[in-house]
Design a protein around this ligand. Structure first.
Ligand code: NAD
Ligand code: GLY
Length: 374
């Protein structure tokens, strides 16, 4: 990680590079600096001289932070996971095509928003003219620490069995990720806590000292203190960057580790009809993953600290009972289920493994859910 000195009165800029072995695949930088949104137009010009920027955002985020991108054409997607769908993808693509018509250059898509906007706008950029450049400007904690980095994009999709999360999408890397932790000051508390669930996930997976720092700073974390969050975001991005560089296309098992808590989490997220936020579902899923590890006799007792920390962060570690049939249906529809069930199982803080479970363990998984339903 590079740290550049104070610039223009803003905090020092941290830069994390993502590079790929494949020579045709361009790397990019994740730039983290409080206040940088105020000079985003200059950053875009510097990154893509002469490109015509097209902003994709949501009404709420654009209303709060869009003035930094004033003058650029925009398309707004309604807020919420329920809009990360094909109809909104189609509308955004049509708006981009109308803008791009006659333009002699490829437009530059700027995704300003949380993970929903980043996933959808990135997929639009990946699809239009078989790929135009795009820059991620994440505005939620969750999108800063996870979704904006690594080029996993997509939308939820309706099937005869119901809506499946992220069923349609692409791997397509952004040309830069610009993270301004100062924008978190307008993020609602519930969304901030949901983002902290992905932070806890990262610490459990890779970073025992970070886990300790989180335990020691719960009140400040919950206040969204940007000075505290900046190094936390940088640490999470650095872990994600390392993982993505090892396994860009999720083929080698390294990237699959990032799904810690997600297999359980996606199932309750879908069964709750997306009333649970993604991060909340992940918090619940992290507890289930620890339970699975304990029931398999793999868990170090220190993993008890995971549930304690999540509770102190105000995240759900148990849920009002959801219909078991819907939960198990959502679980087995999960696209990650091939040849039985594959779970990420934590063994201790900083060490998790990917474990294929034979179908006979389905009853065990069901019991884990039930034990956490009130
Ligand atoms: P989100 O995008 O729905 O944003 C949450 C809410 O916060 C929205 O209502 C939004 O308008 C509002 N908001 C955003 N920034 C704000 C700000 N600065 N101030 C005030 N309000 C603000 O939710 P999310 O948690 O960012 O993202 C969840 C999505 O990310 C899910 O669809 C999930 O599947 C996806 N995801 C993708 C990856 C990936 O690798 N691509 C990883 C994790 C999660
Ligand atoms: N959030 C999971 C991944 O990027 O692979």
């Amino acid at each position: 990680m590079m740290v550049y000195p104070l610039f223009n009165g803003l905090s020092a800029m941290k830069s994390i590079s993502i590079k790929f072995k494949e020579p045709r695949q361009k790397g990019y930088q994740v730039l983290i600096q409080a206040g940088q949104i105020s000079r985003i137009q200059a950053s875009l010009k510097h990154l893509h001289p002469g490109a015509s920027a097209f902003v994709i955002s949501s009404p709420r985020v654009y209303g709060l932070w869009g003035k930094a991108l004033k003058g650029f054409p925009k398309h707004l997607v309604p807020d919420g996971e329920q809009h990360k769908n094909f109809a909104e993808f189609h509308k955004a693509l049509k708006a981009l095509a109308a803008f791009g018509r006659g333009a002699d250059r490829k437009p530059l898509v700027v995704a300003l928003g949380g993970g929903v906007i980043g996933d959808l706008a990135g997929f639009v950029a990946a699809s239009y003219k078989r790929g135009v450049p795009f820059v991620q400007v994440p505005t939620t904690l969750l999108s800063m620490v996870d979704s904006s980095v690594g080029g996993k994009l997509g939308i939820d999709f309706d099937t005869p069995q119901g809506r499946i999360k992220n069923l349609v999408g692409a791997f397509y890397q952004p040309s830069a990720v610009l993270i301004d932790p100062a924008v978190l000051k307008t993020l609602p508390q519930r969304e901030l806590a949901a983002g902290l669930a992905e932070v806890v996930k990262t610490a459990v997976l890779f970073d025992r000292p970070l886990f300790g720092r989180l335990e020691a700073s719960v009140p400040a974390l919950l206040k969204g203190d940007a000075r505290l969050l900046e190094p936390v975001i940088a640490a999470c991005v650095a872990h994600k960057a390392k993982t993505v560089m090892k396994d860009e296309f999720d083929l080698r098992g390294a990237r699959a580790l990032l799904n810690l808590g997600h297999t359980f989490g996606h199932a309750v997220e879908a069964a709750s009809k997306f009333k649970l936020l993604h991060g909340e579902a992940v918090a619940f899923g992290l507890c289930c993953a620890v339970d699975l590890s304990a029931r398999l006799g793999l868990a170090d007792p220190e993993l008890m600290r995971v549930e304690d920390l999540l509770l102190r962060l105000g995240l759900p570690t148990s849920l009002k009972a959801l219909p078991m049939k819907a939960v198990m249906a959502a679980l087995s529809q999960d696209k990650k289920f091939e040849k039985g069930m594959r779970f990420v199982v934590p063994k201790r803080l900083g060490l998790s493994v990917l474990l294929p479970l034979p179908p006979k363990h389905k009853a065990l998984v069901e019991a884990i859910f039930k034990a956490r339903f009130r």
